[in-house]
Design a protein around this ligand. Structure first.
Ligand SMILES: Cc1ncc(COP(=O)(O)O)c(C=O)c1O
Length: 390
């Protein structure tokens, strides 16, 4: 990948997602976790789905918008786990009425269960569900409510198992073990009490990404231990891991250019054409941590170091990417290539703020680049009377 060429060809700010790297990452996870299904949580990056759909077993889709993306990409609906804390009746009405063969639906509340049941009966559908056990937040339901779903025994609904999302950036395997033990014991108690077999556990492990320089992580050892825990607690079940961040983060790059520089009272300030609306590093606090990056400069001469506050293009003092960064002297036109930007930055940023354009998105496949989204003007939707297609 030649970022200089990409910046010249597409301009900045720019996202680059390397599909070749994602495929290698999936191969690595498959090697470390043999016989375990992989479900890509598409909220992390909806631009790479089509390219990796044959490499993963499922996609976790959490909203009607995400479902529409999959439909437009002609994704096999059997691979979809339709999840989400808010399931809208109209959306599910059309899925049921159109007899769309969605692989699994999750149940995140008794209201959702009643809705899906009503629609399945009305449209004479048989659907497979995973009941989501909560890990203590607003997602999923408590054990007693899970039991109410099991007690109901609706003939149109087959309960395949449980879904459990532990949270994101889960470093501590002892906490993970405690949670797995709890889920496993609960599954066994459901099987005994309701005389059912729970074939599946769909587990969101929240595998961590270490975003900042100086962080250390022995991923091989972590995954070996994690794999042993899966065997201990879920042997005999179909295990699918729902993963977003860990699948795609490392394969993403964000290119942003130095467009202004000044020395104000508190030091050197560099203004970039990107910013925190497009670049999200989980765990970045007050811009104190240093993410991984390279600098592309037309001036190849050796330069002395200087210290800079890297700021984005938003009118908020929060738009600080890194504070007090020591690097070789910067110049206008230098480009920062921020790394590990493949997950969430492109989908989660506060992109509408200040009506800045959304960046182009480029995929790298077999070492070739392909533009998959052109610049999007957000000013058009940040004003009254927006008309689609304007
Ligand atoms: C239900 C569910 N599964 C999987 C994920 C993906 O999490 P991560 O990106 O930490 O792997 C999320 C993220 O919010 C989620 O809500």
């Amino acid at each position: 990948m030649n970022f200089e060429e990409l910046a010249l060809k597409y301009g900045t700010p720019l996202y680059v997602f390397n599909i070749d790297e994602i495929k290698k990452r999936i191969e690595y996870l498959r090697r470390k976790l043999p016989n375990i299904g992989l479900c890509f949580a598409i909220k992390a990056n909806s631009f790479v789905i089509k390219e990796i759909i044959d490499d993963v077993d499922r996609l976790e889709v959490c909203s009607n918008g995400e479902y529409e993306i999959c439909k437009s990409l002609e994704i096999d609906k059997n691979k979809i786990v339709l999840s989400g804390v808010y399931k809208n009746e109209d959306d599910f009405f059309s899925i049921m009425a159109n007899k769309e063969q969605v692989g699994h639906f999750t149940i995140e509340s008794l209201t959702q269960y009643e809705l899906l049941k009503k629609l399945a009966i009305k449209h004479d559908r048989n659907i497979d569900i995973l009941v989501r056990l909560t890990s203590g937040n607003q997602f999923g339901i408590n054990e007693d409510e899970v039991e109410k779903v099991f007690a109901d025994k609706c003939p149109n609904i087959t309960i395949k198992g449980l879904e459990y999302f532990a949270g994101t950036q889960k470093h501590n395997l002892r906490i993970i073990e405690k949670e797995m033990k709890h889920v496993s014991e609960f599954m066994k108690s459901l099987e005994d009490k309701y005389q059912v077999t729970l074939e599946e556990i769909e587990y969101g492990p929240g595998f961590p990404i270490y975003y900042f320089q100086g962080d250390e992580f022995d991923e091989d050892t972590y995954l070996n231990e994690f794999n042993e825990l899966l065997k201990t607690y879920f042997e005999g079940r179909t295990i699918t891991l729902e993963i977003g961040r860990s699948l795609v983060a490392d394969a993403g790059y964000y290119l942003t250019k130095v467009v202004d520089m000044k020395n104000n009272k508190n030091g050197n300030f560099v203004i970039l054409d990107g910013g925190i609306h497009q670049l999200v590093y989980y765990g970045q606090s007050m811009a104190m941590k240093v993410p991984y990056f390279d600098i592309l400069s037309n001036n190849k001469q050796e330069k002395e170091n200087d210290v800079y506050n890297l700021c984005g293009a938003l009118c908020t003092i929060n738009d600080l990417i890194v504070k007090q960064l020591e690097v070789p002297k910067l110049e206008l036109g230098d480009i920062f290539v921020f790394k590990k930007v493949g997950a969430y930055s492109v989908t989660e940023g506060i992109s509408l703020f200040l009506s800045r354009d959304l960046p182009k998105v480029v995929l790298i496949k077999n070492n070739k680049d392909e533009l998959v989204r052109d610049v999007v003007n957000t000013y058009k939707i940040n004003k009254p009377n927006y008309k689609e297609g304007e």
